[in-house]
Design a protein around this ligand. Structure first.
Ligand SMILES: [Zn+2]
Length: 704
């Protein structure tokens, strides 16, 4: 998965007035000088040529989670990290992961046609000629569904409302939906809820096919016969062990008692979709439902009948072993505080972009910092370089890991940096917790854009049309959908992520290959290296800080912007908007406390502050965002504990801020909503208390 971070509103934070000699938050002036030198060295480490070699090796064959090929990528990463001199660990879990063994789609009737569902190989791109994972959605059910076809546009809740208004039901029907606007798991959930017997999801050429540009191999966009695989599971982690790790002997649910779909869900190409849709008649479509194929779309039902048959290995091999890899660079001063960087290593095909690019970024950042350590520059905190398995099935590897290592993470994880599709173009994008944005922005000012047009920060501003000096480029919010979820949404550990994007229509297809990457995505592998440079410097910034450089003033200012929509939501329901007052007050207090803290921190560091006081302050700072995660989670999804961001439960791709409050406005009563607002206000109070405690620790008189 990748479309995790929905684009946020443009952030109107104040830009630093002086970029060149700005202070380095969390560092004394003397320590900042040393750190600047170290970061410059770390930035020099990643190499495009080595990145290219890693990419070629790791994307030489399709490597779906649970296959021997995917185990080989784990072995490769472990061998590389051992050679760097890192301490390594392979962490495996046995999880529910049924693989498709057969898929057949038949257009029934006088001219019965069995569709050719495979993506054709492309001469000149050898990986596309290899056997691919069958075109079946991950966790779609085995079985047979047959019925008249109904076209449901994107398959959103509002699309079904439109169908209802015209009297069209999908009960007992085979549903054809188009990709986009929502996570495919939601499309599957909504179709099944309404009684569909099977779901086909196709990619319309309007979205990332010939309507957008030349198609592969002539261009980077999706060929008509290309299709998008992907999971349709709406949970996170092994479906059989919700909330705890899939360790040997752990109790397992029965698959039929989980939220995995009960009907077959199959991705098809636009070519196949056209073969089916061309003969559908019945109700005329709403104007906006017409896509980019050269036929008039109709809703149906029928007269086309379709039969969908899927078989899996569930009965004989439904459980498979997945492999996370961990590489450790032990901290010299605070070995029990951890800065993580991670990328999922599994794919739906060869996955050069999604996500060998992220894996390579982690490898190159590791190489750079391991080399620094060999020269005697060991980080103060422990750095963990992770690659995760089975992300594509529902963040399975990273989720089992965070559940397994929960005590260590809750006590000592400083931050998690995520790399998911870190290089498939030239346009930088970044996001994460608002507490981490200042650090990420600052590091992008240190790394040159490979095009030679200034720093990554400069081209980021240009690419996002950020002109006014008072504005910063917009950054994404962590709603879920990639491996940061276990850290952020589950535990409230600050996260950041970034990558370079561009025109691409190979998402989750057989055409996400090394050849595509060399031709279109990142021909010189310079952007792979640039992503790794940002990773290396950000890791060092966090690992060596005297006082952890979270920016809770920017965090609080960002939170302030989410209050007015809550007020509007209350008003629209006819409820009292005055209920937000405690929340507003708590956020305002956090901003005030955090602003005072930042000044006190800088003064203390300039004057000198004892290591014990720094350590005590850091312990308090670790509590701030964890205070905003509720142990019982959201009412809709207990695993999602962060009350700051979650994926929209009815969309999956868009992010909801204050999800406890906003879900209550949408689905709950006024009393429940007021309780949610007050709970959130109390937690913001605890967060502010933690910042105040950090300040108190720094101002405790100590011998220097
Ligand atoms: Zn991905």
């Amino acid at each position: 998965m990748v479309l995790a971070m929905s684009s946020a509103l443009a952030l109107a934070t104040q830009a630093s007035l002086v970029a060149a000699q700005r202070p380095m938050p969390g560092y004394s002036p003397g320590a900042a000088d040393t750190q600047r030198r170290l970061e410059q060295e770390a930035i020099q480490g990643p190499q495009a040529t080595r990145a290219r070699t890693h990419s070629a090796a790791l994307s030489q064959e399709p490597h779906i989670a649970g296959t021997p090929a995917q185990k080989r990528t784990a072995d490769y990463v472990i061998a590389q990290m051992k050679a760097m001199g890192l301490q390594t660990e392979m962490r495996s879990y046995d999880v529910y992961l049924p693989h498709a063994t057969g898929v057949k789609i038949t257009r029934m009737g006088r001219d019965t046609v069995s569709l050719d569902v495979q993506e054709p190989g492309i001469p000149g791109d050898p990986v596309t000629m290899m056997p691919q994972y069958l075109p079946v959605n991950g966790y779609g059910a085995a079985g047979v569904g047959e019925g008249e076809l109904v076209f449901v546009n994107f398959g959103l809740i509002e699309d079904y409302a439109t169908l209802d208004s015209t009297g069209v039901s999908v009960k007992g029907k085979v549903v054809l939906a188009r990709y986009g606007r929502s996570f495919r798991g939601i499309k599957s959930r909504e179709a099944e809820k309404r009684g569909a017997v099977a779901l086909l999801i196709y990619t319309d050429p309007l979205d990332d096919g010939f309507v957008q540009g030349d198609v592969y191999p002539e261009g980077p966009m999706r060929p008509l016969a290309g299709l998008q695989r992907g999971s349709v599971f709406n949970g996170t982690g092994d479906p059989l062990t919700p909330g705890y790790a899939s360790t040997p002997g752990a109790p397992r649910l029965k698959p039929e008692d989980t939220a995995v779909p009960k009907v077959p869900v199959v991705p098809i190409s636009a070519l196949n979709a056209q073969q089916l849709l061309a003969q559908v008649r019945g109700t005329d479509i709403p104007r906006s439902w017409q896509g980019g194929m050269p036929i008039r779309y109709h809703v149906g039902p029928g007269p086309v009948r379709v039969r969908v048959e899927v078989t899996t290995d569930e009965a004989t091999a439904g459980t498979k072993t997945i492999y996370n890899t961990l590489g450790y660079l032990r901290g010299s001063t605070y070995p029990n505080e951890y800065v993580y960087i991670g990328a999922h290593r599994d794919s739906w095909g060869a996955g050069a972009a999604d996500n060998i690019s992220g894996t390579v970024s982690v490898l190159e950042a590791a190489q750079s910092l391991a080399d620094l350590a060999k020269r005697g520059e060991r980080p103060k905190r422990t750095i963990v370089f992770a690659t995760w398995d089975a992300e594509e099935w529902g963040l399975v590897g990273s989720t089992e890991y965070v559940e397994d290592d929960s005590l260590r993470l809750k006590a000592g994880a400083v931050a998690y940096l995520n790399q998911d599709v870190s290089a498939q173009g030239m346009q930088f994008g970044g996001g994460g917790s608002p507490s981490m944005r200042a650090v990420l922005r600052d590091v992008t000012k240190l790394v040159q854009d490979p095009r030679g047009r200034g720093t990554v920060y400069d081209t980021w501003r240009v690419g996002t049309g950020t002109r006014a000096d008072s504005l910063e480029p917009p950054m994404g919010d962590p709603g879920g959908g990639s491996d940061f979820a276990g850290f952020y949404n589950h535990f409230g550990i600050p996260i950041a992520d970034w990558g370079f994007g561009g025109p691409s229509g190979i998402y989750h297809s057989a055409y996400d290959t090394f050849a595509w990457m060399e031709r279109f995505g990142d021909p010189g592998f310079q952007y792979h290296a640039a992503a790794a440079r940002i990773g290396a410097a950000t890791l060092l910034r966090l690992a060596n800080a005297q006082v952890l450089p979270y920016d809770y003033a920017e965090f609080a200012r960002t939170m302030t912007r989410y209050v007015a929509p809550v007020e509007r939501g209350l008003t629209q329901k006819g409820w009292s908007p005055a209920a937000v007052a405690p929340l507003s007050a708590a956020i305002t207090r956090l901003e005030r406390v955090a602003t005072t803290f930042a000044a006190a921190r800088d003064a203390a560091l300039a004057a000198g502050v004892a290591p014990a006081a720094q350590a005590a302050a850091n312990q308090s700072l670790l509590r701030v965002e964890r205070s905003l995660a509720r142990p019982t989670g959201l009412k809709s999804r207990p695993w999602y504990r962060s009350l700051i961001y979650a994926s929209d439960v009815d969309n999956g791709y868009s992010t909801m801020s204050f999800p406890g409050v906003n879900e209550s406005i949408r689905y709950g009563t006024e009393a429940e909503t007021v309780a949610e607002i007050n709970d959130l206000a109390t937690r913001f109070g605890a967060a502010a208390d933690a910042v105040a405690a950090a300040q108190a620790a720094l101002s405790t008189p100590t011998k220097r």
